[in-house]
Design a protein. Structure first.
Length: 72
């Protein structure tokens, strides 16, 4: 007859597991924040590029009403 015992976790092992889960969670949040920052910076860059090019003669073929809104 064989005796199989379930491994019991020690306090140190449990603490390390929790620490690893927290580190993984923090890393995922950091990556998500970095991705969001990249997207937002791209949007801001495009918006600024668009606004500074509005002095040219209608580069984006906007209607006169829309061009007037940009300058209000």
């Amino acid at each position: 007859m064989t005796n199989t015992a379930v491994k019991t976790f020690t306090a140190i092992e449990t603490t390390e597991m929790v620490r690893n889960q927290i580190e993984e969670h923090i890393q995922e949040r950091v990556e998500k924040i970095q991705e969001t920052r990249t997207v937002v910076r791209g949007r801001i860059r495009r918006a600024l590029s668009f606004l500074f090019s509005c002095n040219e003669e209608n580069p984006h073929e906007l209607s006169p009403a829309m061009r007037a809104r940009l300058f209000l």
